[in-house]
Design a protein around this ligand. Structure first.
Ligand code: HEC
Length: 102
């Protein structure tokens, strides 16, 4: 019984840690961070000739793309320059913002 409780406790802690890493994005904070993106991705993330549409994409896909540009896995100098200084929380916020647009 004691062992079961310990396991449940550890599991809850793990869940908490995962939750913190995947902290829900704050769209309002993301909007403030995303002002520099409009030149290429459009004022409402609708996309321009210089950058693809971001509006309405899933948060997961947006975060993944930003992480890949930051790490260089996906090579694009402009995108690396723009998201290279973003923290995981910044990315979650910006992703929540663009995902909330139509
Ligand atoms: C100088 C132009 C430019 C700016 C400014 C810019 N981007 Fe991009 N972005 C691009 C281009 C070009 C691509 C496509 C690159 C590729 O597919 O390799 C892209 C791709 C992306 C993608 C992946 C989209 C997809 O469907 O695969 C995301 C997410 C993204 N940008 C987010 C941002 C954010 C957030 C900002 C602002 C912090 C930003 N971009 C600023 C040009 C720009």
């Amino acid at each position: 019984m004691k062992r079961t409780l310990l396991t449940v406790g550890l599991f809850a802690m793990l869940l908490g840690a995962v939750g913190a890493v995947h902290a829900a994005g704050d769209a309002a904070a993301g909007k403030a961070k995303a002002s520099g993106c409009a030149g290429c991705h459009g004022a409402n993330g609708e996309g321009t000739a210089a950058g693809p549409k971001l509006a309405g994409k899933s948060e997961t896909d947006l975060v993944q793309a930003m992480q890949e540009f930051k790490s260089g896995k996906r090579a694009n100098a402009a995108m690396k320059a723009f998201v290279g200084k973003f923290s995981d929380q910044d990315m979650a916020n910006v992703a929540a913002y663009f995902a909330s647009l139509k």
